[in-house]
Design a protein around this ligand. Structure first.
Ligand code: ADP
Length: 162
C-alpha cells in the first residue's frame, strides 16, 4: 500500500492546504494528514479543534486519515511504516526552509523521501498566519478557508473577547 504523510500545524487548515491534500491523495492509497503537537508553540486552536477542522474539511476524500503527533517526525513516520512526506511550496521563502528540512530528515532516515507540491496560483499568498491576522481585524476570509473553518474562527474570536 502506498502511504504518505502530510504534516503541518494546520492552525487552521486553509484552502491552500486542502488543495495540496486533494492533489496528493490522488497519487497514494492512503494519506495521513498529521497535525503537529508542539508544546512550546502557542496555537490559536487546540489540537482537538485543529483535528476537528481537518476531519470536517477532508471528509469527502475517502483515503485521507487525520491524526496528531508529537515528538520527531521521522519517528512518527517509522511508527506508521511510511516513507513518503508531502509538503507544499508557495514561494522562495518556503523553498529555503523546506530544502533544509528535507535534507535534514533524509540525513536522519535515508529511507524517508519528501515530495513537494507547488501551490495553486490562487493560494500562493495564503498562510494560516495570514488568515488568523486578517480574521482578528474582521477582514474577509471567505475565499481563504472553508465555511466550517470560518465559523470556528468566528467562535474562537468571540470566546477570546469574553
Ligand atoms: P502555515 O502555518 O505556514 O500555513 P503549516 O505548517 O500548517 O503552514 O503547513 C503545512 C504544509 O502546507 C507546509 O508544507 C506548507 O508549505 C504547506 N502550505 C501552507 N499553505 C500553503 C498554500 N497556500 N499553498 C501550498 N502549500 C501550503
Amino acid at each position: 500500500m502506498k502511504l504518505a504523510i502530510c504534516p503541518g500545524s494546520f492552525d487552521p487548515v486553509t484552502n491552500g492546504h486542502l488543495d495540496i491534500i486533494k492533489r496528493s491523495a490522488c497519487l497514494v492509497d492512503k494519506l495521513i494528514v498529521a497535525a503537529f503537537i508542539n508544546p512550546t508553540k502557542h496555537y490559536m486552536f487546540t489540537t482537538e479543534e485543529r483535528l476537528d477542522m481537518l476531519r470536517e474539511t477532508t471528509r469527502n476524500i475517502p483515503n485521507v486519515e487525520v491524526d496528531a503527533f508529537d515528538g520527531l517526525l521521522n519517528e512518527y513516520c517509522a511508527e506508521k511504516n511510511c516513507h513518503l512526506l508531502i509538503r507544499g511550496l508557495r514561494a522562495f521563502s518556503d523553498f529555503e526552509y523546506e530544502f533544509q528540512r528535507a535534507l535534514m530528515i533524509k540525513q536522519i532516515d535515508p529511507t524517508l523521501e519528501t515530495a513537494f507540491f507547488m501551490t495553486d496560483s490562487r493560494y500562493s499568498y495564503l498562510s494560516s498566519t495570514g488568515v488568523r491576522e486578517l480574521a482578528h481585524f474582521n477582514g474577509d476570509i471567505t475565499r481563504m478557508v472553508p465555511e466550517y473553518v470560518q465559523e470556528m474562527i468566528r467562535k474562537k474570536l468571540d470566546s477570546m473577547k469574553k
